[in-house]
Design a protein around this ligand. Structure first.
Ligand code: HEC
Length: 124
């Protein structure tokens, strides 16, 4: 074995390592995207837990700001119909971004809410 061969071998193995680390990263990204299933969104299984975890601290019960009690489906639906729910969670600028004074919800949760609205915001 001469030195030149060793350098070539080292070069090839680092290149292979580089390639495999890259494909692992994109596989992870694909896996993350694949776990965000926005087909046939269920209010009770998907939307309700998001609202409970991120919105009910303010938007539940009689003390809710401007009467926006999102635990009341009729009130929630009214804010779907006037566009405020999607505007609030997508931070599109037309209403106060929600959750108030907190970072935007994770992309998958935003996409799930938007998909649910597009699918008719059913109480399913
Ligand atoms: C820390 C308290 C707080 C949290 C948490 C919060 N909100 Fe709000 N929300 C408010 C307040 C206060 C207002 C009234 C804002 C205003 O009138 O400018 C409001 C207004 C709204 C409105 C009406 C938009 C408007 O400006 O008229 C919607 C829709 C809304 N929130 C949805 C949500 C959703 C969905 C979540 C969870 C993802 C959430 N909020 C989390 C405090 C909160």
């Amino acid at each position: 074995m001469n030195r030149k061969f060793l350098w070539v071998a080292l070069g090839i193995s680092s290149f292979v390592l580089y390639l495999t680390s890259c494909s692992k990263e994109s596989a992870d990204k694909l896996a993350a995207a694949a776990t965000c299933d926005t087909a046939n969104v269920s209010y009770s299984a998907q939307i309700l837990p998001i609202l409970q975890d991120n919105c009910y601290t303010c938007h539940q019960g009689s003390g809710a700001p401007s009467g926006i009690d999102l635990s009341n489906f009729a009130i929630l639906k009214a804010h779907v119909n006037n566009g405020d729910l999607v505007s609030a969670v997508t931070h599109n600028g037309s209403v106060t971004p929600m959750p108030e004074n907190a970072p935007m919800l994770p992309t998958c949760e935003v996409n799930t809410i938007v998909a649910w609205v597009h699918q008719g915001a059913l109480n399913n």
